[in-house]
Design a protein. Structure first.
Length: 392
């Protein structure tokens, strides 16, 4: 259970008035689930570097996997603001929980729904939505992170199948996945997506150990050594880097909302603690230096909420540009990591303890500020949008 009352979760600018009843119901049900399922076990999972048992099936049951995927394929057919609110609530619990849901939704279900054949949609989407099947997304390689266009993973047309070779690194849920959506170059050097299934000969998923961040999430590699991929596993609907990058638009959008949840968890904890903890005979919240921190946290959270809400409106109207999404991802992750770090200080020594969430969120956000495009890459995307000059 959270250390603070859930009624203290901030809505300083009355943004709830801009949400529908359905939005608020969805948010409440995910919030309740996070309180009862995630909060009691997240510190243990993070401290012990283990994943949360049954997480994907639980996420499936609450409708957090592919919320905007059409109902006929097992999704919930919800709008983009609902998706954002779900991500926010999940990340109030932990970035690992939001990561699990956003990879499955935006990086696995989205490309299958958007670029897959009818057979692929029917075969994979309902099981992914239910959490009965776990997906991963392979874009990053050992030698190519920010620059995925230089990827080396490639496949050859062998008439009756494709032969896939290469390796992907830093892949969320790779050790657990049943399928991986893998981006690789064809013989013309063009990027295409393939669905690789666990059990295909030559496909392995070694785990990456010793992370200090996202410790409740499994990360690993995807290694392809002469993997024979059936021809029907090629995603037919897209060729080129815009395929994986359009999945990233969806995931980055979800992260922009998600990290508000992490910031809220830190902010609410700090407010509560500052009222309870006394030093020099008075609550520490009575001192101007602590109030400055709290006031700035609330200001930044409120700005981030407004940014996301309008981005969600644009996304619902199919008008959100990749550069607008980059701005929100960059701003909001930075906002959240600053709040996690500063709010830890408000708790003094207690701030380093597992009973409070700040160290865990701060450590998680070190990954979030790097994955889905680094803080610097998103700045360069904004710079390019402003000037028209590519500074990569
Ligand atoms: P560039 O020449 O600019 O573009 C190539 C083609 O792609 C199109 N495009 C996009 N399309 C859709 N959405 C976007 N955001 C797009 N950005 C570019 C572009 O129009 C072009 O299309 P066409 O038809 O002309 O070919 O590409 P570039 O090679 O110069 O690279 C651009 C750059 C650096 C912005 C991009 O590659 C980038 O974003 N790099 C960062 C890599 C990244 O974000 N990797 C994420 C890996 S997945 C992950 O981290 C999951 S973590 C999950 C979790 O646990 O939550
Ligand atoms: P690099 O690209 O080597 O960057 C190193 C530094 O150089 C960064 O600070 C960067 O901003 C800077 N830099 C790079 N290019 C430029 C430039 N042109 N100008 C100025 N500075 C530059 N990937 C997937 O495909 N699927 C996943 O599921 C996935 N999950 C992840 C989970 C975790 C926990 C982590 C940590 C990463 C995950 N990633 C995943 C990979 C992630 O997307 C990459 O780590 C990220 O894109 C950065 O790539 P890199 O680590 O190779 O860093």
């Amino acid at each position: 259970m959270s250390y603070y009352s859930l009624t203290s979760i901030p809505d300083y600018y009355g943004i709830d008035a801009l949400l529908t009843e359905e939005h608020k119901l969805i948010r409440q049900s995910v919030r309740d689930w996070v309180e009862s399922f995630v909060m009691p076990q997240i510190d243990h999972a993070a401290q012990n570097h283990t994943d949360i048992p049954n997480l994907m099936k639980e996420l499936g049951q609450i409708g957090a996997l592919g919320p905007y995927i059409p109902v006929e394929y097992g999704g919930s057919g919800l709008d983009q603001i609902s998706y954002g609110l779900i991500m926010q609530e999940l990340e109030r619990g932990d970035s690992a929980v939001r990561s699990a849901a956003s990879v499955q939704s935006s990086l696995v279900m989205f490309p299958i729904n958007e670029f897959g054949s009818e057979e692929q949609k029917r075969k994979y989407l309902p099981k992914l939505a239910a959490g009965e099947m776990i997906g991963s997304f392979g874009l990053t390689e050992p030698n190519h992170g920010s620059d995925p266009g230089s990827m080396e993973t490639h496949f050859k047309d062998m008439e009756d199948h494709y032969l896939l070779n290469g390796a992907k690194m830093w892949i969320t849920n790779s050790p657990l996945c049943d399928i991986a959506v893998v981006w690789a170059k064809n013989e013309e050097g063009k990027v295409q997506g393939l669905i690789v299934e666990r059990g295909m000969e030559g496909f392995t998923t070694p785990e990456t150990h010793n992370k200090w961040s996202l410790r409740a999430s499994k990360t690993g590699e995807l290694v392809f050594n002469d993997v024979k991929v059936p021809k029907e596993n090629l995603l037919p609907g897209v060729t080129g880097l815009k395929g994986p990058l359009s999945c990233l638009n969806s995931a980055r959008y979800g992260i922009s909302w998600g990290v508000i949840g992490a910031a809220i968890d830190c902010y609410c904890t700090a407010v509560q603690y500052s009222k309870e903890r006394k030093q020099f005979g008075k609550p520490i919240g009575s001192y101007q230096l602590q109030q400055k921190k709290l006031a700035e946290f609330l200001t930044e959270i409120t700005k981030a909420q407004l940014l996301c809400l309008q981005l969600g409106n644009l996304k619902n109207d199919h008008k959100a540009t990749p550069a607008q999404i980059s701005m929100a991802k960059r701003n909001n992750v930075n906002m959240a990591i600053e709040i996690a770090r500063e709010s830890r200080q408000i708790l003094g020594g207690m701030g380093i303890m597992g009973e409070f969430p700040m160290m865990r969120h701060a450590a998680n956000l070190e990954s979030v500020i790097t994955y889905e495009g680094t803080h610097d890459v998103h700045l360069l995307i904004t710079g390019l949008d402003i000037t028209g000059i590519n500074a990569f």
